[in-house]
Design a protein around this ligand. Structure first.
Ligand code: CA
Ligand code: CA
Length: 531
């Protein structure tokens, strides 16, 4: 582990105390250096998570679909890196698109068929083609720990258990035990109707868990993944990765090493990200086979939110330094994957509001930093949605607010009070200089114009006596310094401890920043990029 060689010393003085909560506050982003730079073709790109059924509807049935995603690609990335007219994301995570009885489709009944609500395989091929034209990598969500109870593997499994047909290939497709026998590990079991046998189902009885000790299952599932690789997808988000062998991270992680090792033979550059909803010491176990979402950074009490809510920015950036240093020792190809919220969480705008600037500070911490940040659809608009008293995840997956007559509707089961949703949709925000959308767009431009922000040798910096913090990153001989002032105070900071910087590349936030010699004057809730 490298020693932190850089500590920034002096807080010179504290200026005015900036009040929070004003709705008339202006958000400023300087865009002098926004031209995209040459960057390596690595995993350090900004992703956008699309919950397909809630995103954009192409045929008027109110359900989002693949053609709807194609219709909206120009909003996400128009393929012209310096047009300044689209969000500029370079990766898309599609929630599951395969045939499934549920609206969320995390219980798959046929992995080889696109759900009829979402379109056809030709639509998927067209989407892949259009993504690639624009330089977007498309990854599919592949839930393979469990299937739907309607999958033919499971209906066959049930049939063979009812007749005790032990010679049938499907007899051992799912993890099971017989009453009185030894119960394997597992979060939950349900009875196979009409028998004394019980099948594993940690999430619900409708989601039976595949038996990965059976090589036939492994082969069948590998075939599915390879089928979509051959179709042109660029990788996968793997659902519930730690549940493959319930309660046994070591075995589960080794399963993924072997499984993904096989897939990389088809395409060594696959983008892989695991959902391991756990603390870092557990997620690191899975980095041997790819990237893992950083759940410690997400949600209202996560590392990013705690810093963005006027906390200490260097607490976050020192955490990131430790994280990526550990990651490098496990797998030098793996990258850091921060996010604020996803489809299983209350939306970020609830705990990082737009009106008091916290949404902007959080975006600074996430996007002006290393790795591969994921934006949950509508987060760039400040869209709202919480599970609420009705306790339904549908409220976290509300219809994207386009504001141009898109026929997309909220998913079934929604109880969210739509009068609380944002007024300005995507179209309105695209036309406004001070919108959160425009802010996100420019942050991504700043990130892409300065490749050292997302990759390189990362060292955190702090400023004694302040809550400001940041990092210095050197990539291919070029060094940037990113300073986040998450506090409510305007600050004047001496950068000498971090290095010598002569150019203020960009700043973003509630106020402004200026550089005089090696002294940075930076407003409350503002970040600066220096070179
Ligand atoms: Ca539709
Ligand atoms: Ca399992």
């Amino acid at each position: 582990m490298k020693k932190i060689s850089c500590v920034i010393l002096a807080l010179l003085m504290v200026f005015t105390f900036a009040s929070c909560g004003s709705k008339t506050k202006e958000y400023v982003i300087k865009d002098a250096a926004l031209k995209p730079a040459d960057r390596p073709d690595d995993d350090n790109i900004v992703f956008y998570q699309i919950f397909v059924g809630s995103f954009s509807d192409s045929n008027g049935d109110g359900i989002g679909d693949l053609k709807g995603v194609i219709n909206r690609l120009d909003y996400l990335n128009d393929g012209k890196p310096d047009s300044g007219k689209s969000l500029g994301i370079e990766g898309i995570w599609l929630s599951p698109i395969f045939t499934s009885p549920s609206y969320h489709k995390y219980d798959v009944a046929d992995y080889y068929e696109i759900d009829k609500d979402f379109g056809t395989e030709d639509d998927l091929k067209k989407l892949i083609e259009e993504c690639h034209k624009r330089g977007i990598r498309l990854i599919l969500d592949l839930p393979i720990n469990h299937t739907s109870s309607q999958h033919k593997w499971f209906t066959n499994f049930v049939a063979t258990h009812k007749t005790d047909n032990t010679g049938n290939v499907f007899y051992d497709y799912y993890t099971w035990y017989r009453s009185g026998g030894e119960r394997p590990s597992g979060g939950g079991y349900s009875r196979v109707e009409g028998t004394d046998d019980f099948y594993e189902c940690s999430f619900s009885g409708d989601m039976p868990e595949l038996n990965y000790d059976n090589p036939l299952v492994v082969d069948d599932v590998l075939k599915i993944a390879k089928y979509y690789i051959a179709l042109g997808v660029d990788g996968f988000r793997f659902d519930a990765s730690k549940y493959v062998y319930f309660g046994d991270n070591e075995r589960s992680a080794r399963f993924w090493d072997a499984f993904i090792g096989e897939l990389r033979k088809e395409n060594p550059k696959l983008y892989i990200v695991h959902e391991v909803w756990d603390n870092d010491s557990v997620t690191f176990e899975y980095n041997t086979s790819g990237n893992c979402f950083d759940f410690t950074a997400a949600q209202s009490e996560g590392k990013i939110a705690m810093a963005a809510k006027a906390g200490n920015a260097s607490v976050y950036t020192s955490y990131v330094e430790n994280y990526i240093s550990k990651l490098a020792s496990i797998n030098p190809d793996a990258v850091y994957v921060p996010f604020l919220a996803n489809h299983d969480m209350d939306r970020a705008a609830g705990f990082l509001p737009v009106f008091n600037g916290r949404a902007y500070v959080a975006a600074n911490l996430m996007l002006l930093g290393p790795g591969s940040p994921f934006i949950y659809y509508g987060e760039e608009l400040g869209m709202k949605g919480t599970r609420g008293g009705a306790n339904t995840d549908a409220n976290r997956r509300l219809a994207m607010v386009w504001g141009d007559g898109d026929s997309i509707k909220d998913p079934e089961g929604t109880t969210y009070d739509s009068s609380k949703q944002i007024e300005d949709g995507a179209m309105a925000q695209m036309g406004k200089e001070d919108s959160l959308y425009t802010y996100y767009k420019r942050l991504i431009m700043i990130r892409n114009a300065n490749p050292e922000i997302a990759r390189g040798d990362y060292r955190y910096i702090s400023f004694a006596g302040t809550k400001a913090g940041g990092f210095v990153s050197t990539y291919e001989g070029s060094t940037v310094c990113v300073v986040h002032n998450t506090s409510n105070d305007d600050l004047v900071l001496d950068l000498s401890g971090a290095g010598t910087f002569t150019e203020l590349r960009a700043y973003a936030g509630v106020g402004t920043a200026s550089l005089d010699g090696n002294t940075l004057t930076i407003s409350s809730q503002t970040s600066a990029v220096l070179k």
